[in-house]
Design a protein around this ligand. Structure first.
Ligand code: NAD
Length: 260
């Protein structure tokens, strides 16, 4: 379905971003990977994706908190592949603390990486998409883009912000063949969440499994973690012709979290 198209997925060295990159590659898209990690492991990952899916995969180590590096990454993708057709803003970090204890530096980092990076990638990529009359922008928000929880001031603010940004871009690009949508996952089992479960288990003197079940049950009527592959499948659907008029939407994939 995406043969000959090119996709940039930020934060695709791990978790949800990697699952989305794999799902797009399985549809034939060439990839620009991005994210942190061990250089050798990333190279193995990149070469493995090329071999498994018969696509071209490149890697940018751009730091999503650095606007100049972000612009350069988009330029590099366009130069390497001749066009950038699918942009997935996925990179994200988390910090949990009451607002009075929230480190200013963590607030700034979360707003930069989870929100401003998407402004910078879209700003750099959307004119090319409009010119070619085809583009898909997918912003990975969260259930926390629609509702709040305590101790997550920066994350909730950034994710609400990205849902708003999604709507603005959808309106601006509405008649240029470019759609922009947000995906709002509930709990997905990835390294980001594993860290939170470990912290909770330690604080409450629980095992990892006890803390895991308690975490999901607090928020979701369905006591299941979403699999990263399910988010990949939704991203592929949003790139399909069937989704051509879906724009400005925030898609929940959250075991019923925000239905309550
Ligand atoms: P993860 O920690 O497994 O992956 C995060 C990715 O972002 C990694 O590739 C990491 O290297 C990259 N990254 C972090 N900081 C970066 C920076 N400054 N520059 C470039 N890359 C950077 O996390 P995940 O759980 O896969 O989360 C991915 C996205 O999904 C995030 O935006 C997160 O908020 C969102 N999300 C996750 C869940 C969940 O339950 N896991 C739920 C809702 C939303």
């Amino acid at each position: 379905m995406l043969k000959g198209k090119t996709a940039l997925v930020t934060g695709s060295t791990s978790g949800i971003g990697l699952a989305i990159a794999r799902a797009l590659a399985a549809e034939g898209a060439h990839l620009m990977l991005n994210g942190f990690g061990d250089a050798g492991a990333i190279e193995t990952l990149r070469a493995g994706l090329e071999k498994e899916f018969g696509i071209k995969a490149r890697y940018s180590g751009a730091d999503m908190s650095k606007p100049d590096q972000i612009a350069e990454m988009v330029r590099a993708a366009e130069k390497e592949f001749g066009a950038l057709d699918v942009l997935v803003n996925n990179a994200g970090i988390q910090h949990v603390a009451n607002i009075e204890d929230f480190p200013v530096e963590r607030w700034d980092a979360i707003i930069a990486i989870n929100l401003s990076s998407a402004f910078h990638t879209i700003r750099a990529a959307v004119s090319g998409m409009k010119k070619r009359k085809w583009g898909r922008i997918i912003n990975i928000a969260s259930a926390h883009g629609l509702v709040a929880s305590g101790q997550k001031a920066a994350y909730v603010a950034a994710k609400h912000g990205i849902v708003g940004l999604t709507k603005v871009v959808a309106i601006e690009a509405a008649n240029a063949g470019v759609t922009c949508n947000a995906i709002c996952p509930g709990w997905v089992m990835t390294p980001l969440v594993e860290q939170q479960i470990n912290a909770r288990a330690k604080a409450a003197g629980q095992t990892f499994d006890e803390a895991k079940v308690q975490l999901v049950a607090e928020k979701q009527p369905m006591h299941e973690f979403t699999r990263p592959e399910n988010i990949g499948a939704l991203a592929v659907f949003l790139c399909s012709d069937g989704a051509a008029t879906i724009t400005g939407s925030a898609y929940s994939i959250d075991g019923g979290w925000v239905a309550q």
